[in-house]
Write a protein of this length. Sequence first.
Length: 418
Amino acid sequence: MLPLSYELLNEIANQYGQSFYIIDEEKFELNFNELRNAFKKIYPKMNIGYSHKTNYTPSLCHVINKLGGYAEVVSDMEYQVAKRVGFDDSRIIFNGPCKNKAVAEAMLLHQGHVNLDSETEFLSFVEFVKEHPQQKIGIGLRCNFDTQDGILSRFGIDTESKLFADVLTYIQATDNVYLRNLHCHFAHRSLACWTNRAKNMLALIDKYHLNSIEQIDLGGGLFGKMPESFKQQFDEEMPSYSEYAQAIAPLFAERYGALPVEEQPELVIEPGNSLAGDVMSLAAKVLDIKHVRGKSIATLLATFYNINPTLVFMLLDEQKHIPMRVIAKDSRHSTVYEDLDFGGFTCIEFDYLYKHYKGPLAVGDYVVFDNVGAYSIVLKPPFILPNFAVVSVTKNGIKEIKRAETFEDVFQTFRFEF
């Protein structure tokens, strides 16, 4: 991506709107290759399933397809994105607690990866199998166990339960069904949690003699890349790609490395934030600067919804600073502030994107927020204003990735006949 200047930002604004996202697809591709290679150096039979829910921008999903990764989806909508960018069902992983039944069953008939999450899904699967007695059907199980992270996950089937044993018994006793993969996903991003995931999955394989399993999927939840100044604001460790690989891949290399490649299970992880987090920025124009009882507040053409509301709540509560920079229209007209807050365009009192800014600022400047590639455009509601355009900026010029949303986009499902 080219360096951002005021002239470049203004050129984009004149074409696509005063505030907009800038996406870096080349960095996304580099992140994917770096993460996958870190694992493959230790355990070559490894691949990545990109979490579409994190950022389902089609151009990013297309990169994953081009590089031979998997699409990890949790809804019919995300499945349609995967299909539209070219994924075959055999390279789509369907997770989540609320699967579209028709999509899940169609995927099973076309070698898609479907992971059962509950008893209800299992019972539905049993009925589906009865309807297709001549079809060989591979199925996956989402496993729920204690990873010692202090969090009781609500997803997957408790591996200590009778249900889990019953599901495996059914699979092993049904001629046209086989266990294709085991899957798990937990929220904690620590190396210890990831090591515990791997050890628990391998222990399940030993306990139930699942030696012919094709795939072991450890889910997502990895830290991604961020500026050192941002990392230093957190107390917890933020492992690198290679550190995650070192914590997990040797366990698989030790267990399966001596086997012929065709007998080794494929190791899969499902990152989202760690691939997409640092590949998108938001450029927001300063509309106004006001002074209220000694406090300076700048109003931006943006809202905390634009930069991941779940993250912003956490940052503001803990007074952490998301990576941000001001790109000035003309520094000669700037005022230097010692304590200025950036507020959003909504009518919500706590709509702040950044607090306690120190530095020069003027109306008409751009404020660029970095590391907003995860859970930003996918969580932005049509509240007060539709969402902004997404563009890429390369040596070949400015390219529109997603146009700015309009009134019609928001209201086309409403009826105005009274």
